[in-house]
Design a binder for this molecule. Structure first.
Ligand code: COA
Length: 320
């Protein structure tokens, strides 16, 4: 039996912020942002939260899968921007759905969060511990951006994506994941500082900092290698893959990965232009868009790949 995605869902906040809108409040331009990244607009929260978007995405995935909350054994949310330190986003989703029998927890693997959650769910399903899992990537990245730092804040957006997975005849064929903590300093956001009464100099809250060129180099070398490895492990060739659903960080990264794999760019659908980079939520949102457009047909071979902060990366080959 294999772990199969049987339903997808997503939720984006209502507010659309175009590159032109950003250039009205900071020294940037649509030309700079779109030519370097492929991003034209992103959605940012006003009323929505990481939890509310997760719940909406989860409900759509459950409806798409045709399952009830009582059937869910496991809920895993990949996020670095949960609304609370505790309870976890997953526990809040569980409560909102009424998925009383589920075990629920969050994981932090930044932009690889959904891929890591998929792999964890796969291990539980394969071992027979659980039968049905709900996995999500959900972020409100706008709250950890320094809105005075144009080199980072223009790149990111908010949203949530979800998938229901179950053991079936076909599904996940192969998986690769990795971490390189030694290079973690290229993409950081410090957590809350110690402010106990004995600390003299509490520090200001931190925001996302990135060495864009180092992250770029990491992505264009690690991602093709990880995809090649996982495709080979699945007993397939790059030509056998129908679609590559990559983490949506930057169109140049996606183009470079396509070139290094010698695969046509038409096999790399994107949501970057209207979503920006939504970290753990990018892959499941893209997958849901592909699913709802009817691009995914039974038997198709799909590669999913996430990469980012940690540093972390994960790739999977699925038979749809
Ligand atoms: N608008 C206008 N100018 C900007 C800008 C913005 N939003 N952000 C930065 N600049 C300026 C800088 O101040 C710098 O100016 P200077 O040369 O006068 O100092 C210049 O643009 C840098 O431009 P460039 O050298 O072309 O940057 P780049 O080619 O490295 O592109 C990124 C920057 C961030 C687009 C690119 O490095 C990248 O995409 N990296 C990967 C990031 C990523 O995907 N992260 C997430 C991974 S999960």
């Amino acid at each position: 039996m294999k772990t199969r995605i049987i339903g997808t869902g997503s939720c984006l906040p209502d507010m659309v912020v175009t590159n032109d809108a950003l250039s009205a409040i900071m020294d940037t331009s649509d030309e700079w942002i779109s030519s370097r990244t492929g991003i034209r607009e992103r959605r940012l929260v006003k009323e929505e939260t990481t939890t509310s978007m997760s719940v909406a995405a989860a409900k759509r995935a459950m409806e798409n899968a045709g399952i009830t909350a009582q059937e869910i054994d496991l809920i895993i949310v990949g996020t670095i921007t949960g609304d609370y330190v505790t309870p976890s986003t997953a526990c809040q989703v569980q409560a909102a759905l009424g998925a009383g029998k589920a075990v629920a927890f969050d994981i932090n693997a930044a932009c690889s969060g959904f891929l890591f959650a998929l792999h964890i769910a796969d291990a539980y399903l394969k071992s027979g511990i659980y039968k049905t899992a709900l996995i999500l990537g959900a972020e409100t990245l706008s709250k950890i951006m320094n809105w005075n730092d144009r080199s980072t804040c223009v790149l990111f957006g908010d949203g949530a994506g979800a998938a229901v997975v179950r053991s079936e005849r076909t599904g996940l064929l192969a998986y690769d994941q990795g971490s390189d903590g030694a290079r973690g300093a290229v993409l950081t956001c410090r957590n809350r500082e110690n402010n106990n009464p004995y600390v003299k100099n509490p520090v200001e809250p931190d925001y996302t900092k990135m060495d864009g060129q180092e992250v770029y180099k990491f992505a264009v070398t690690t991602v093709p290698a990880s995809i090649k490895k996982v495709v080979e492990e699945a007993g397939l060739t790059i030509e056998d893959i129908d679609y590559f659903a990559l983490h949506q960080a930057n169109i140049r990264i996606i183009q470079s990965v396509a070139k290094r794999l010698k695969a046509p760019e038409t096999k790399f659908p994107t949501s970057l232009d209207h979503c920006g980079n939504i970290s753990a939520a990018s892959v499941p949102i893209l997958l849901d868009e592909m699913n709802r457009k009817g691009l995914l047909k039974p038997g198709m071979k799909i590669v999913l790949s996430g990469f980012g902060g940690g540093l972390t990366w994960g790739s999977a080959v699925l038979e749809w």
